[in-house]
Design a protein around this ligand. Sequence first.
Ligand code: GLY
Length: 258
Amino acid sequence: MIRLIAITRDVSPAIAACELTHLAREPIDLNRAKEQHRAYEKVLERLGCVIERLPADAQMPDAVFVEDTAIVFDEIAVITRPGAESRRSETPAVASALSRHRTLVHIEEPGTIDGGDVLVVGHVVFVGRTSRTNDAGLDQLRRALTPFGYSVVPASVRGCLHLKSAITALDDRTLLTNRRWIADQQFAGFELVDFGSSESMAANIVRVGSGLLYASSFPRTLEHLERRGYSVTTVDVSELAKAEGAVTCCSLIFAVER
Ligand code: GLY
């Protein structure tokens, strides 16, 4: 029997001191952020996940964005070396949780990778070259994945924090995109959908089993997705978005056999 696990991490009491790259700092209501995070976990449960929640840490403002600390494949889990030095202490707790489910491979210095820069679609692994992910990290990831038949494809990104701020998968063939932040030709072989609206952060969506989890802040894009027949569950993550996080950032979702 296949079961879906979602690793999450509680919102840090220090989230107001999070890293910010493209956003101006705004006050974050901690209680509201925690409520939104719990609601996000509840949706994951409704979509079939068993939650493995790690505790918050007052020394790790960004740790709720657990996606950046690891990339989980069917065969292995890659523990990243996050591009922001302030985030490197986040990885041991995630590695410990993942070691119960997968063999681990670690990205080593001088490599850096944030999981937010890695978009896995079947056996194609797009890796955004950003301020958080460098070529040494990309090469280490490629070496780790080559034995398992994955192809690692570098992608340039401009104007946003991570590759997955600009593009995520709706299914195995279709990618939801903000074309202003990526170069189309890098994703040859996939259908790119960009609804061209004013909702610039709307390209981040997360697949959960056969469902899709999406932020409630993008009603126009949601309407387009539903018109195309996608089944989308929304959740309000507006407080977490002030910390430059999105729906993919708050979980590591993978299948296990039980
Ligand atoms: N605040 C999320 C990040 O910069 O990694």
